[in-house]
Design a protein around this ligand. Structure first.
Ligand SMILES: *Cc1c(COP(=O)(O)O)cnc(C)c1O
Length: 412
C-alpha cells in the first residue's frame, strides 16, 4: 500500500560545499570514495591501526593539527571516512562519525550531548538497550530522565523542565510501529532550547529524513539495513559539524568505540544496494501487511502505510513508504505464537532485523523480556504480538509460508 507519493527530497545544503549535484542513487554508489594510487574500482580496505610520518616534524605538525592526515584508526581511518562521507551525502548532514555498533552510536550521541544536571525526555517505546541508557545508565551519571508516550505532543510539552537539554525517540517504534511527529516534537524541543536525537533505524535513511523535519542528530545501527545482509556490526551518528566534530569526536576518540575498517568496507558495499533492497523489502512488507489484514488467523496488523494504522496520515507526511517491518497479533496465547513461529520454513526466528532474509521475533520473550510485564503492557506488547522483518524473498513464497504456519499451528 506504499504509494510513494512522498518521495524523499534530496539532501540539504552541505556546509561549505554548496548543493550536492548528484542524485541519491549516484551517491549511494560513489559518494565519499577516496581512490588510492592503484586506481582500484572497489573501495580499498585500509586495515591499519597506525600511520607513518615522513619526518618527526611531520608527526609533530599532525598532532598540532597543522598537517592534515591520519594519525591512528581510533581517531580516523580512510575506509571508515569513506563510509562517513557517503552517509553524510545520503542523509544531507554536515558531518558524521561511524561507531562499532548502533548502541555505540546512540550512547555516544547522548553522552556527548548531556552532562550531570541535565534532563532528558524520551519516548518510552524504545529499543531495549536504548531504554537501559535512558532509565538506568544516564541517571547514574546525574542525568535525569523522563519517559513519556511519544505520540502525545502534550506529554512532550509537559515533561520539559528548565534543565531539559535533549529529546530522544525512535519512529516508527520497535515493535509496535507507532510514530512520533518529528516536526512537531522538534518544534517543542527547540522552543525550549533542547536538541532532538532520533534513532532512525526502522525508517532507514531512505524512507524518512529527520534533519529536514527539524531533528538535530540522527543515529543508526548500521548493523541493520545499511549492511543489510546480517554480516557486521556498526553504527553512525550524523548532525551539525560543531556537535559531531567537536563534542562527539572527542568523546569517541577518547572512549574508543571506533568502527573497524573491515566493517566500514562491508557497509560501503551495503550502501551500494541499500535503495534496491529497502524499496523491494518495503513493497513486499506492504503486500504481506495486506495479506495478513485479510487473513482470518490474524487479529491485528500494524503497518504505518495502511489506512487502518492510527497514525496513517502522519506516516504519509513523514515517510515515503511503510518500511520493511510489519507487526501483527494472533488470537490465543503465547503458545500459539510460539507454535506459529516453529512452523515457519522460510522465515527464521531471530531478534535481528533489516536483513535480506525474512526474520520473525516474539518481542515479549526476547527483545522486550527485560523490561517486565507492566512496561510491556504500557507499550502494547502482548504475548501474541509478532514482529516480522521482511527480506528479499519472493512475495508469494513468504505469504505461502505464513499461511501454512498459521494452518499447522491451527490458528484461523
Ligand atoms: C538494533 C537497534 C539498535 C542497536 O544497534 P546495534 O547495532 O545492535 O548495537 C538501536 N536502535 C534500534 C531501533 C535498533 O533496531
Amino acid at each position: 500500500m506504499s504509494d510513494g507519493k512522498n518521495e524523499k527530497s534530496r539532501p540539504r545544503q552541505t556546509k561549505g560545499e554548496g548543493r550536492n549535484p548528484h542524485a541519491l542513487e549516484t551517491d549511494l554508489v560513489h559518494g565519499g570514495s577516496i581512490r588510492s594510487q592503484f586506481g582500484e574500482t572497489s573501495e580499498a580496505m585500509f586495515l591499519t591501526s597506525g600511520f607513518i610520518y615522513d619526518r618527526a616534524e611531520q608527526a609533530e605538525a599532525r598532532f598540532e593539527g597543522e598537517d592534515h592526515g591520519y594519525v591512528y584508526s581510533r581517531y580516523a581511518n580512510p575506509t571508515v571516512e569513506m563510509f562517513e562521507k557517503r552517509m553524510c551525502l545520503i542523509e544531507g548532514a554536515e558531518a558524521a562519525r561511524a561507531t562499532a555498533s548502533g548502541m555505540a552510536a546512540v550512547s555516544g550521541a547522548l553522552l556527548a550531548l548531556l552532562s550531570a544536571g541535565d534532563h532528558l525526555v524520551a519516548s518510552r517505546a524504545l529499543f531495549g538497550s536504548c531504554r537501559y541508557i535512558v532509565e538506568d545508565l544516564a541517571p547514574r551519571f546525574g542525568i535525569e530522565s523522563t519517559l513519556i508516550d511519544g505520540r502525545d505532543l502534550d506529554a512532550w510539552k509537559n515533561a520539559v523542565q528548565p534543565n531539559t537539554k535533549a529529546f530522544f525517540f525512535e519512529s516508527p517504534t520497535n515493535p509496535t510501529l507507532e510514530l512520533v511527529d518529528i516536526q512537531a516534537v522538534s518544534d517543542i524541543a527547540h522552543e525550549n532550547g533542547a536538541k532532538v536525537v532520533i534513532d532512525n533505524v526502522f525508517a532507514t535513511p531512505l524512507l524518512q529524513s529527520p534533519l529536514e523535519r527539524g531533528a538535530d542528530i540522527v543515529a543508526y545501527s548500521a548493523t541493520k539495513h545499511i549492511d543489510g545482509q546480517g554480516r557486521c556490526m556498526g553504527g553512525v551518528v550524523l548532525g551539525d559539524e560543531a556537535f559531531i566534530m567537536d563534542d562527539l569526536f572527542n568523546y569517541l576518540k577518547h572512549t574508543g568505540p571506533a568502527m573497524s575498517p573491515f566493517n566500514a568496507w562491508v557497509m560501503l558495499n551495503g550502501l551500494e544496494t541499500l535503495k534496491l533492497r529497502v524499496e523491494k523489502s518495503s513493497e513486499t512488507a506492504a503486500a504481506i501487511a495486506d495479506f495478513l489484514g485479510s487473513h482470518s488467523g490474524i487479529s491485528r496488523v500494524i503497518y504505518p502505510m495502511r489506512p487502518d494504522h492510527p497514525q496513517y496520515e502522519l506516516a504519509c507526511t513523514q515517510m515515503s513508504s511503510g518500511s520493511t517491518m510489519v507487526s501483527f497479533e494472533l488470537p490465543g496465547s503465547k503458545s500459539d505464537a510460539f507454535a506459529f513461529q516453529n512452523k515457519l520454513n522460510i522465515v527464521s526466528i531471530s531478534n535481528n532485523l533489516g536483513d535480506s532474509k525474512s526474520l520473525v521475533t516474539h518481542p515479549a520473550t526476547t527483545t522486550h523480556q527485560r523490561i517486565g510485564a507492566k512496561a510491556r503492557a504500557e507499550l502494547g506488547i502482548s504475548d501474541t504480538l509478532l514482529r516480522l522483518s521482511v527480506g528479499l524473498e519472493d512475495i508469494s513464497d513468504l505469504c505461502a509460508d505464513i499461511d501454512q504456519a498459521l494452518n499447522k499451528a491451527r490458528i484461523g
